[in-house]
Design a protein around this ligand. Structure first.
Ligand code: NAP
Length: 283
């Protein structure tokens, strides 16, 4: 079974749009997401455009602030502080990566925890690991929703996560653990990766290498979630970290790229913005 993140995201956004109409009537204004883009990196421009499109679809007010690459770190901090103080702004997101002269750590920590719709603020990350209330990071949250939509039981299952980045691999592992899977985290130094991957009931891959996971790495009947977004070196088309055509023969469920985790990441961003908006309105 191919799990379409595109279809699930469309369905969830439709439900959110109906909720937003009600909230707007109740609270007197729609949720407002502000996205800051520094520079002109084509991938970042495309991500920001997608976020604006989804925001409009669910009925948010969306503001995209574009800044030249020459902006200083202090100027960017000042802009974020202004947005933090603005009661009409519910979510603030700074598109990563940033130019080298700007510290991403400082910028992420400047966004107020209450408006951190990406779930990257150190206090949100700490809250996640301490099982406290927090904004969940969008891609990992989307991975869990895809598994749930496919009817995959997570509790008690063996989950293998390949990749341990702060934004995907680590938080995905934590969420799977919170759903009572037994989790093995793999990385570039893991020995016998294929053997470990084959044992997985649930295999999540987030490494950034085109078609890295081959059919011999997938156990019969495994649920395979491919987070990777790469260019196929042969065709130049978008592809995942998993060799989809080969692995779909062995997996019980599998996500495609494009149309899998990407749309769900943006959908969870919309959900997080509503969460921050409701928290602000009900303060
Ligand atoms: P990252 O920060 O570069 O981390 C890559 C991880 O993969 C690292 O933990 C690395 O191990 C591991 N790795 C690299 N080569 C490996 C190998 N040969 N065997 C096993 N592990 C290996 O990447 P990321 O930010 O997590 O992103 C991963 C992929 O997901 C990228 O393609 C990115 O574009 C995509 N992504 C998609 C979405 C979405 O919305 N769909 C969101 C975010 C990212 P070490 O820790 O040992 O170096």
């Amino acid at each position: 079974m191919i799990i379409s993140g595109k279809d699930l995201a469309a369905e969830l956004k439709k439900e959110m749009a109906a909720d937003v109409v009600k909230y707007t009537a109740q609270y007197g204004r729609a949720p407002h997401l502000v996205v800051i883009l520094v520079g002109n990196d084509p991938a970042s421009v495309s991500y920001v455009t997608g976020k604006a499109k989804d925001s409009l679809e669910v009925g948010f007010k969306n503001t995209t602030i574009r800044k030249d690459e020459s902006i200083s770190e202090d100027e960017l901090v000042a802009l974020i502080e202004e947005l933090n103080a603005d009661k009409e702004v519910d979510g603030v997101l700074v598109q990563l990566p940033l130019p080298k002269h700007i510290s991403e750590d400082r910028i992420i920590a400047t966004i107020s925890k209450e408006k951190d719709v990406d779930g990257f603020h150190p206090l949100n990350v700490a809250a996640l690991w301490q099982k406290q209330e927090c904004v969940l990071p969008c891609t990992p949250k989307g991975v869990i929703k895809l598994l749930q939509r496919a009817g995959v039981e997570i509790a008690g299952k063996r989950a293998v996560v390949i990749g341990r980045s702060n934004i995907v691999g680590l938080p995905v592992s934590k969420l799977l653990l919170d759903h009572n899977a037994t989790v093995t985290m793999c990385h570039s130094r893991t020995q016998n990766l294929a053997e470990i991957a084959r044992e997985a009931d649930i295999l999540v891959v987030a490494i950034g290498k085109p078609k890295f996971v081959t059919a011999d790495m997938v156990g019969e009947g495994a649920a395979v979630i491919d987070v990777g977004v790469n260019r196929d070196p042969e065709t130049g088309k978008l592809c995942g970290d998993v060799d989809f055509e080969a692995c779909k023969e062995k997996a019980s469920v599998i996500t495609p790229v494009p149309g899998g985790c990407g749309p769900m990441t943006r959908c969870c961003l919309m959900e997080n913005t509503i969460e921050c908006y409701l928290n602000q309105m009900n303060k």
